[in-house]
Ligand binder design. Structure first.
Ligand code: BTN
Length: 264
């Protein structure tokens, strides 16, 4: 059994960052860290503030789905205030921070399913939800991250076929604290060069290249469920703004900005 109780101090003490994770708000249980993060951001919380919970009673997924957060998992949201031009990079940055954080602590090598599902051996281990509040050229971004850490999938038959957890994968429990701290350090390392320059800069393209190279989706036959329609085709490439370029059976290329991919 890993000693792993979460608290604000356990996250912030000695954390090697300048601002991401320097302030943390911990809740044993709340509705959704997205809701609380939005609230405290409106009240002026500092950039980099992290909201973290042991349990969410109304966790939110992408595309208006719900997200299950039983105890033993990671559910957190980070408040950022990026420049407008850095917005497309946030999906890439968040995915890579999770990939690097998991790899640093466990040695597992997760992959990314476009746009930002994190998989281990083809099963989802983490999900990312990004919400932006844009007011003129001032942006508040909430990056929500859910990671299945110490979860016995056998207890959750409804998601067992598509999801996995670090403990199921490794055969032992994993310290959530170590994963959280590693991913916060990674997030700031990737964010700092961007917040200075935004898109069309060298750090932006370096981030894009790494994200693209970790996508398990490219070259595969896929079905994409977008808000308005479902498309099938070969996931040919991604554009630097993060959109997916899908080669359709009739030879045309469709650009998908947001959606959910099923590998076929
Ligand atoms: C997805 O894959 O659909 C995204 C899931 C995002 C879940 C996280 S858990 C922490 C944060 N709070 C939420 O309510 N959702 C995100």
């Amino acid at each position: 059994m890993v000693e792993d109780s979460l608290s604000a101090n356990a996250i912030t003490d000695g954390l090697k960052t300048h601002f991401i994770g320097q302030k943390a708000l911990y809740y044993p249980s709340l509705t959704s860290t997205m809701e609380v993060a939005r609230q405290v951001a409106r009240e002026g919380a500092a950039e980099g503030t992290v909201i973290i919970a042991d349990e969410q009673t109304a966790g939110k997924g992408r595309l208006k789905r719900s997200w299950l957060t039983p105890k033993g998992n990671i559910a957190l949201s980070v408040i950022l205030r990026p420049g407008l031009s850095a917005l497309p990079a946030l999906i890439m940055l968040a995915s890579l921070a999770v990939v690097h954080g998991i790899e640093a602590v466990t040695g597992l090598k997760p992959q990314i399913k476009w746009p930002n599902d994190i998989l281990v051996n083809g099963k989802k281990i983490a999900g990312i939800l990004i919400e932006n509040d844009v007011l003129g050229n001032r942006v508040t971004t909430i990056i929500g991250i859910g990671i299945d850490v110490n979860l016995r999938l056998a207890d959750f038959p409804e998601i067992q076929a598509i999801a996995t957890s670090l403990s199921d994968k490794l055969g032992h429990e994993v310290s959530r604290l170590k994963v959280i701290r590693a991913l916060l350090v990674e997030m700031e390392r990737l964010y700092l060069p961007l917040s200075a320059g935004g898109s069309q800069t060298r750090p932006y393209f370096a981030l894009f290249d790494e994200w693209r190279d970790n996508l398990v989706t490219l070259g595969k036959k896929v079905r994409v469920t977008a808000e308005d329609a479902t498309y099938e085709g070969i996931a040919e490439s991604v554009d630097t703004d993060g959109s997916l370029l899908l080669r359709r059976p009739d030879g045309t290329l469709t650009r998908v900005v947001a959606g959910d991919v099923t590998l076929r």
